[in-house]
Design a protein around this ligand. Structure first.
Ligand code: COS
Length: 384
């Protein structure tokens, strides 16, 4: 749902100009230094990018899903590390509070998330709990007015920068399943909370992940999201469902950038006396990529509109994430092929994008998890 087309067009134009004029020229620096320049971080804050999905009464843009998808698609046309910086505050890190937080929790954290003063991270995954998220072992045991948290969270995006963590922990150790899990807001700096070393990754330099370790970390009971135990897994699933449409939009944006670069290269690059864009085997790669991109974009916008409409989109969100992330991988591969030997060189951005996009098929639910969610949903529909 686009609430006001004029405002939306202005926002998209601003983001698009920012991407073209500020982010694309900084891509190499981010790759080389493994840091997003502080001036760019400040500009992202000033533009309100950290608050895209925070409700207006807390200082955000309160974008609908369709609006968010359009902005993220635009922001996707550059190194995905930039999106990653705002990604957890816009998506999985904040949405547990937005969807299920108490009024006090919203008032305490959302205004500061909206300005970018603090960053929110999402702490679900553990060394032994990834796809099987309900098997998480981190515990939060009630002790007076507090919970005492123990456990380790792994691959936590933006952990080294985060001001708060949306933490999923088991409050009922006797319940080994989803029902024993609760969600908390834990502030960075709480005694007993520490951050591991930054992990070295395949791509997305400038975007950092690390372990988050809880050792007898005392968290006030007022930090239990929604004030209710046993709801944490459902909060996580709702957050991830929305996040899957967000990531699918990102996949479309990055794929558009890669395909555009490959097309321009194919028009310039001459072999056998003519531009390689004139060769049908190259044209097939361009055409297949354009077709799949079009399909993914249509899927993302349809799922986003349905969610805005209040429909159950658990199947559609997973269809989008599955198709768009796999499509993005195929487009990256074809783009390298079109660039030929040059595509293997760090000098060209496609070498970096090829590595950067590999994570899309893994995080916020692997392709195999999306298949499971889709098929289970189909069975549920058919047997309801
Ligand atoms: N919205 C609301 N509630 C949901 C939901 C959703 N999208 N999906 C599941 N739930 C609820 C279920 O209704 C169920 O509630 P009841 O017990 O009241 O019926 C509860 O959550 C447990 O669901 P389910 O039985 O399906 O849980 P499973 O343990 O079988 O796990 C999968 C389901 C595999 C889908 C889940 O573990 C998953 O998504 N794994 C991937 C996690 C992931 O994306 N990790 C990425 C790391 S974060 S970047």
């Amino acid at each position: 749902m686009i609430r006001d087309p004029e405002t939306m067009t202005a926002l998209l134009d601003t983001v698009s100009r920012f991407v073209r004029e500020r982010l694309v020229p900084a891509e190499k620096t981010v790759e080389e230094t493994d840091q997003i320049p502080p001036a760019i971080v400040q500009e992202m804050k000033d533009m309100g990018l950290f608050g895209l999905t925070v409700p207006e009464e807390y200082g955000g843009f309160a974008l609908t899903m369709e609006e968010e998808a359009q902005v993220i698609l635009e922001l996707g046309k550059t190194s995905p590390s930039f999106r990653s910086l705002i990604g957890t505050s816009v998506g999985i890190g904040s949405q547990g509070i937005v969807l299920d937080g108490t009024p006090e929790q919203k008032a305490r954290y959302l205004p500061r998330l909206a300005t970018g003063e603090i960053i929110a991270s999402f702490a679900l995954t553990e060394p032994d709990a990834g796809s099987d998220a309900a098997s998480l072992r981190t515990t939060a045991i009630r002790d007076g007015d507090d919970y005492i948290v123990n456990g380790t969270k792994r691959y936590i995006t933006n952990a080294p920068l985060a001001g708060i963590f949306t933490l999923m922990a088991r409050t009922d150790p006797a319940n080994k399943g989803a029902g024993g899990v609760s969600a908390f807001i834990v502030e960075a700096g709480t005694p007993g909370l520490s951050i591991g070393k930054i992990d070295k990754k395949m791509g997305q330099r400038g975007a950092h992940i690390a372990d988050v370790i809880f050792e007898n970390c005392r968290v006030p009971a007022s930090q239990l999201i929604g004030g209710k135990e046993g709801q944490g897994f459902k909060t996580a699933m709702k957050v991830l469902e929305k996040g899957r449409i967000h990531i699918a939009a990102l996949c479309v944006g990055v794929a558009e950038r890669m395909l555009n670069d490959a097309l321009n290269y194919a028009i310039e690059r001459k072999q056998f006396g003519e531009a390689i864009a004139g060769f049908q085997l190259v044209q097939a790669m361009l055409a297949d990529s354009r077709t799949e991109l079009y399909a993914a974009r249509c899927m993302v916008m349809d799922a986003a509109r349905k969610r805005d409409n209040g429909d159950d989109v658990s199947i559609e969100a997973s269809c989008c994430k599955l198709y768009a992330s796999e499509m993005c991988g195929r487009v990256a591969d074809r783009a390298v092929q079109i660039f030929g030997g040059a595509g293997y060189l760090a000098e060209y951005s496609i070498e970096r994008f090829y590595r950067d996009v590999r994570i899309f098929r893994l995080y916020e639910g692997t392709s195999q998890i999306q298949q499971i969610v889709i098929a289970r949903g189909m069975v549920r529909e058919a047997t309801a």
